[in-house]
Design a protein around this ligand. Structure first.
Ligand code: BDP
Length: 695
């Protein structure tokens, strides 16, 4: 096994489960329906063949015990006649029930729409993958968010920005005439976790994609994904009217510009009638945008929204902005620019906000925009690809990190309103809700660059479906489908995964530090970097370490970024006594001798202890994995073993380099029992990139 099958391995079940499942899945009853119901049927056939070894004959009616009946009341008279309670399930939810039809035992997968049937089919297969009983089923489920989207940062030359899993899956050269079968497997995997939209192109956009020749290729991909309930979206380069439209300006208030986009949208929808819409990165990191014409983000987003609205499309407008003119505290800019625009966006605009206010760091407090724009549909943006978390070779399960962000209390409008609640609560009944995840998928056989990064794709999809879903439960179901159902193995792997995020935080950015990565590739440590052109590109800007202490003062006496949170949180984060320890240095600049509450150690000693704790946690993962040698298949086991060895070396590198640097500033001795870095600081400074892929 090389990991290609992801969590959809459908390996044979053990004898006793064979006995239990066989009589419950003897035939498949499909009455009518379109391509999505056909995809559901094909998946059930595939899964049953794999797990039980038998074909699933199609029958027109329930003729014997064990039929699986799938459909909507509109496509299937049998489903309609059952009068099932589908009312609360929306377009995408499903109901799976053990029923009796004409005196025969049957299982029905019913939904209001075909997508729900497909999701239900994957759920029934999952029940078998997890060895749940399937003879007395009564499962009803529906997604809590409407848009569950992957953002591919894929360039048209197939290079993936911040991608560590090979090239882009989209083989533009062979499209539209050749459809790689991987497109279907990709769509199956996405549908199995409820993802219903994919942005094909990089946020650092190229206007070319909007030309007719490319749209034909996009259409072919859309056709491959459509049966799986997935819509395609594109990134829109704001200056496209100039670059490919021959206009002199891209000013959103210029009628010729608006007309160009309207015509472009009309053209796209003629080619792809169910096109999802645009994702836009504007006035950020050199990207063009409305500010170039002294217009607001709302002016820009609304102009595009008006072009898409007649076709039902939406604009996902990113709030990831920071400019050279605001060097005081980069963390404040998005809120400062966007919060006053609340209520100024069209109904089909979503503001897409990263989980934290800086940039996908190993740990950040939640972004203060969540809860602060109650009249604006707000979309979460997580990064599945591990740009700042050791790329694909470090085993880091992101489920716990995302759970922490989603469970954070915004105190807006009142205590108890979590980030997940903000995402789930539509601003009005018709308004969109959603989540975006920056994909970690590429052309590698294992899709995500490592076996364990598949878990992050999986967990993202599950949390987009239900932002309240628990990271541990998600990890455990992924393990059972991906590795083994043996309880001891599941426990061991779950233990590794559940502690893995805390480990990377410890060995890279403990106690609320952030952005200490070396320039460009964001891989190894570079806390000493302080000579880049813009202040906020430098790690030194973020840690502010000097002889007196370390940390970024965002309290009232500092940048006052705390004031962007609800008053209760501003008070909590702003107080050295009350701030959660994991965010200590995110919000405060403190003396090296500051006493850390939980341990009573000095800040300096605590930092060293945490760096070492991180390295030790990686060593513990290695030991756990070594013990599983006979429990999982060889090839995947070896790959993980090797990657853990890389991670161990690099955790040590992070620890040694960071301590060497901070010690050169703090001038303090290492606490007892903690070894000095083996090499002088200059050695670590000279390691420039360890062959890390760049941008
Ligand atoms: C940063 C990445 C950069 C992205 C940017 C973004 O380094 O490659 O283009 O985020 O999200 O983290 O737009």
């Amino acid at each position: 096994e090389d990991g290609y099958d992801l969590w959809l391995r459908y390996r044979p079940v053990e004898g006793e489960w064979h006995k239990a499942y066989d009589p419950a899945v003897t035939a498949l009853v499909v009455q009518g329906g379109g391509a999505t119901i056909a995809a559901a049927a094909a998946e059930l056939e595939r899964g049953v063949k794999g797990m039980l070894g038998h074909r699933l004959p199609r029958t027109g009616s329930v003729a014997a015990d064990g039929a699986v009946v799938i459909g909507t009341p509109a496509t299937s008279p049998i489903v309609a006649a059952l009068g099932l309670p589908l009312a609360g399930l929306g377009d995408e939810g499903y109901l799976i029930r053990s029923v009796t039809i004409d005196g025969r035992r049957a299982t029905v997968i019913a939904a209001n729409g075909e997508k729900g049937v497909l999701y239900g089919a994957f759920r029934l297969l999952k029940a078998m993958q997890l060895r749940e009983r399937i003879d007395a089923l009564d499962i009803a489920d529906a997604p809590k968010l409407k848009l569950r989207v992957l953002n591919h940062w894929d360039n048209l030359d197939r290079h993936v920005e911040r991608g560590y899993a090979g090239q882009s899956l989209w083989d533009w050269q062979k499209l539209p005439l050749h459809l790689d079968p991987r497109y279907t497997d990709y769509a199956r995997a996405n549908a199995s976790i409820g993802i219903n939209g994919v942005v094909l192109t990089n946020v650092n956009a190229n206007a070319e994609i909007l030309k007719p020749i490319w749209l034909e290729k996009v259409k072919a991909l859309a056709g491959a994904f459509r049966p799986y309930g997935i819509r395609v979206y594109l990134t829109a380069r704001f200056s496209a009217p100039i670059e490919i439209g021959g206009l002199k300006t891209a000013d959103p208030l210029d009628p010729a510009v608006a007309a160009w986009w309207k015509a472009k949208a009309d053209e796209i929808y003629r080619v792809i009638p169910d096109f999802g819409g645009f994702l836009v990165k504007a006035n950020s990191e050199g990207q063009p945008g409305p500010n170039d014409y002294h217009r607001t983000h709302a002016d820009g987003a609304n102009m595009l929204a008006d072009a898409l609205a007649p076709h039902g499309g939406i604009v996902m407008w990113r709030a990831f902005v920071y400019a050279a003119e605001n060097p005081e505290d980069r963390a404040k800019q998005a809120y400062t620019e966007f919060q006053p625009l609340d209520g100024r966006f069209r109904d089909n605009v979503m503001v897409q906000v990263k989980n934290g206010a800086i940039d996908f760091q190993p740990r950040e407090p939640f972004h203060p925009l969540f809860g602060a724009m109650p009249r604006t549909p707000m979309m979460m943006e997580f990064q599945i690809t591990k740009e700042y978390l050791g790329f694909a070779t470090h085993l880091v399960y992101l489920g716990t990190m995302w759970e922490e962000a989603l469970a954070a209390d915004t105190f807006r409008p009142a205590r108890g309103t979590t980030v997940a609640d903000v995402l789930e609560t539509a601003v009005d009944a018709a308004a969109p809700t959603g989540m975006a995840g920056v994909a970690n998928i590429g052309s590698d056989r294992n899709w995500s660059g490592s076996q364990f990064d598949q878990a992050n794709w999986y967990a993202y999809g599950r949390l987009a479906w239900n932002p309240q879903g628990g990271a541990e439960a998600i990890a455990r179901e992924w393990i059972r489908m991906t590795w083994s159902g043996d309880p001891a193995t599941v426990d061991a792997i779950a233990g590794m995964m559940m502690g893995s995020h805390e480990a990377v935080v410890d060995y890279m950015t403990p106690l609320g530090l952030a952005h200490l990565m070396a320039t460009g590739h964001h891989y190894g440590p570079g806390p000493w970097v302080s000579d880049l052109a813009r202040p906020e590109w430098n790690p030194a800007y973020y840690h502010k370490a000097d002889a007196a202490g370390i940390g970024f003062d965002r309290s009232r006496t500092g940048s006052n970024a705390v004031a962007q949170y609800a008053p209760e949180l501003a008070d909590r984060f702003g107080s050295v006594k009350k701030v959660p320890e994991e965010f200590l240095l995110w919000f405060h600049h403190l003396p090296w001798d500051f006493r850390v509450r939980s341990s009573g150690r000095t800040l300096w000693d605590e930092l060293v202890v945490r760096y070492d704790r991180g390295v030790a946690a990686v060593a513990a993962m290695q030991a756990r994995w070594a013990a599983l040698e006979s429990r999982v298949d060889r090839r995947r086991w070896e790959e993980v073993r090797d990657f853990l060895a890389i991670q161990r070396e690099e955790a040590q590198w992070w620890r040694d380099a960071s301590i060497a640097y901070f010690q050169s500033v703090s001038k303090r001795p290492l606490p007892e029992g903690h070894a000095a870095p083996p090499m002088p600081l200059d050695h670590y400074k000279a390691i420039d990139n360890r062959y890390a892929p760049g941008n």
